[in-house]
Design a protein around this ligand. Structure first.
Ligand code: PHE
Length: 340
């Protein structure tokens, strides 16, 4: 009996059936009512009691090995794409769920598309940057707090540090260094700041910044461009207000508010009762910045602006927690399915 078991084990091991029929034949031959293994179980009744334990275990192992081999041959036949008799080519296919575009991508496209209509080109640049393009060329004094370890992720802090860009203004510097004038660009991209993650702040977010440089560009042009953008983005009845602000790279600088699209100026909890929502920073490019990139500031002037994409998306869809944009929770992403 021992030899028989071993011979059958070896046979099972080398079994290689190529079709469902062959597999079924092997199953009947081994495990069927009159199969080899079934016969051995009958023989087992006559085994001496002191050997029952040993042979019982061996027989069970043999039976399991045969069943496992037959299952695995069936699986690999299916995986191999072999057409079985039960394969119905006329059966309709199973639906699989369509993905949706991420809300940040949807809003980025929308912003970029509006400026493209106004004649702006799209410029992109590296996320890993040097100190010159993120700070120095943008008129950041050496002791400016934005260079602090608390805001910037430094990769190396040698003389000209390598760091993760904290804004896409670095792409504007690269454009000013290389592109022929006049320049009219928007720079969408991912930026990094060393901030604690909360409902209102994240260490990674996305911006679209814009730059226009030509002869005789004035603050009135800036205001007009922003008003036109806001009306495309938030509706024809939206209005803006500019509050004086400070950025090292623009002078004068302003913070732009848009009239609250929820309460239409009456005051609600989204605009905290003010009727206004802050959406971007802007200003006239500081002459020092133009000169740092080799542009004659007596001949040329320009304006720049920059906004956070998540912030615009939050206002558009009244999302209260910024972290939703980064967690990839399908319940959240599915809400944007229709906006493909
Ligand atoms: N770079 C600024 C920021 O990241 C935004 C900005 C761009 C402000 C251009 C003014 C002009 O916050």
């Amino acid at each position: 009996m021992k030899e028989k078991i071993e011979a059958l084990l070896a046979e099972i091991d080398s079994l290689a059936c190529k079709s469902e029929n062959e597999i079924e034949e092997a199953r009947v031959r081994l495990l069927g009512k009159k199969g080899e293994i079934t016969k051995l179980f009958e023989e087992f009744r006559t085994v001496a009691p002191e050997l029952k334990k040993e042979f019982g275990q061996k027989l069970n192992a043999l039976k399991n090995a045969a069943a496992a081999k037959i299952e695995s041959m069936k699986d690999s036949l299916e995986e191999g794409g072999a057409v079985s008799a039960s394969f119905d080519l006329t059966k309709p296919g199973d639906d699989f769920p369509l993905g949706s575009r991420h809300p940040v991508s949807i809003v980025r496209e929308e912003i970029v598309e509006i400026f493209r209509k106004f004649g702006y080109d799209v410029a992109e640049g590296p996320e890993i940057e040097d100190d010159w393009h993120v700070f120095e060329a943008l008129n950041f004094p050496p002791e400016h707090p934005a260079r602090d370890m608390q805001d910037t992720f430094f990769i190396s802090s040698s003389a000209n540090s390598i760091l993760l860009r904290t804004h896409t203004s670095s792409v504007q510097v690269r454009a000013m260094e290389k592109m022929p004038l006049p320049i009219r660009i928007v720079c969408p991209g991912r930026v990094f700041r060393n901030e604690a993650i909360s409902a209102r702040a994240h260490c990674i977010f996305h911006q679209v910044e814009g730059l226009y440089i030509d002869e005789n560009v004035t603050f009135a042009d800036l205001k007009q461009a922003i008003l036109l953008f806001v009306r495309e983005m938030f509706g024809a009845d939206a209005s803006i207000r500019l509050r004086p602000s400070y950025f090292p790279f623009t002078e004068p600088s302003a913070e732009v508010d848009v009239s609250c699209n929820i309460c239409h100026g009456k005051g609600c909890n989204i605009c905290k009762g003010t009727g206004w929502l802050e959406i971007m920073g802007c200003g006239m490019v500081d002459p020092n910045v133009l000169e740092a990139s080799g542009i004659d500031s007596r001949k040329y002037s320009g304006f720049a602006f920059g906004m956070g994409i998540e912030r615009i998306a939050m206002l558009k869809w009244q999302v209260k927690d910024l972290r939703n944009y980064f967690e990839n929770d399908l319940r959240f992403l599915k809400e944007f399915e229709t906006s493909i």
